[in-house]
Design a protein around this ligand. Structure first.
Ligand code: AMP
Length: 300
């Protein structure tokens, strides 16, 4: 990695993991790495790290010279101040985990550094933001796209890693990169699940014991939908009914949607003739759960 530049803070003696707080510091380090011909893999996160995040780190370590993780709970992608306040935060623990994974740098800016009072630029993907979670989280994907675009300019990654768990977010980033000809490869990584199937999420720590038990029903409902397609069901309305009924019967999850969508455009499908995305979201207690599964045409 060469000498540690003076503007970074090596936080551990045995391994100089850089902790950067200021956008321009991050960019300066990224430029020096780019000049020295090192490839950077980048994982944007909101922290409270779990095995899902670490699978992305692992993929980046395997595919690049250097790995940068950002930890930034982005206020621009929360619709309510309460949800933002309640989001689990644990920077000290996250840094220890990332040091253990030999990540070269962590970028953890304050909100005001990323979005000062006079910030006004938006990045909006009209169609892709209109489906699935879009109507339930107005402004959310604008906040996501803006922060990811800004982070790309600060970290200058050759590759950036995103989880399929947040499938709509992944599609929005892929499309933004395509539309704006950004020079970064987006690598999609499979959803990492708990033993019972629940998709890992930082928000799961906010579930009570009973809510945690019921939360897995969202994934089970998607599984029922997938099974029906594999049995030959082609009518999306029938699949949605199966998924909704599973959630209502076996849990107290308040469903926002259970949808059958085109995996690229995210448009709702009426008939399933090729690949499909089954996606669902709902609320239990204070926690919003989302999950999805893919059904490939060679399976159907
Ligand atoms: P977050 O911290 O929730 O914003 O997530 C940061 C990145 O980790 C995003 O690309 C997520 O899609 C990804 N991620 C979160 N949970 C999982 C999971 N269970 N499996 C795989 N990737 C995940």
């Amino acid at each position: 990695m060469g000498t540690v530049p003076t503007w970074t803070v090596p936080i551990f003696q045995n391994f100089a993991m850089h902790l950067l707080k200021h956008p321009r510091e991050m960019q300066r380090l990224a430029k020096s790495w780019r000049q020295s011909g090192k490839s950077v893999g980048f994982i944007p996160t909101m922290g409270s790290l779990h095995a899902g995040h670490l699978s992305l780190v692992e993929a980046s370590k395997n595919g690049n010279d250097l790995t940068v993780v950002s930890i930034f709970v982005n206020p621009a992608q929360f619709e309510s101040a309460e949800d933002f306040q309640n989001y689990p935060k644990n920077l000290a623990n996250d840094l220890e985990i990332l040091q253990g994974k030999n990540v070269e740098a962590v970028f953890a800016p304050e909100a005001v550094e990323m979005f000062p009072m006079d910030y006004e630029t938006t990045v909006s993907l009209e169609k892709l933001s209109g489906y699935l979670c879009g109507p339930f989280r107005p402004g959310h994907f604008r906040g996501v796209a803006a922060v990811v675009l800004k982070l790309f300019h600060l970290v200058l990654p050759a590759r950036a890693y995103f989880g399929e768990k947040d499938y709509q977010q992944l599609r929005i980033i892929q499309k933004m990169v395509q539309d704006l000809s950004l020079d970064v490869e987006i690598v999609d990584c499979p959803t990492i699940r708990e033993k019972d199937g629940l998709a890992m999420s930082s928000r799961n720590s906010l579930l009570s014991k009973d809510e945690r038990k019921e939360a897995v029903v969202l994934y089970q409902a998607l599984g029922k939908g997938k099974e029906a397609i594999l049995r030959g069901e082609k009518d999306a309305a029938g699949i949605k009914k199966i998924m909704r009924e599973t959630v209502v019967r076996f849990s107290s999850i308040a469903l926002d949607y259970a949808e059958v969508s085109h995996p690229v455009t995210l448009e709702p499908l009426r008939t399933i003739n090729s690949d499909a995305l089954l996606a669902a979201a709902g609320r239990i207690g204070k926690v919003r759960l989302i999950d999805n599964v893919r059904v490939r045409s060679r399976q159907a």
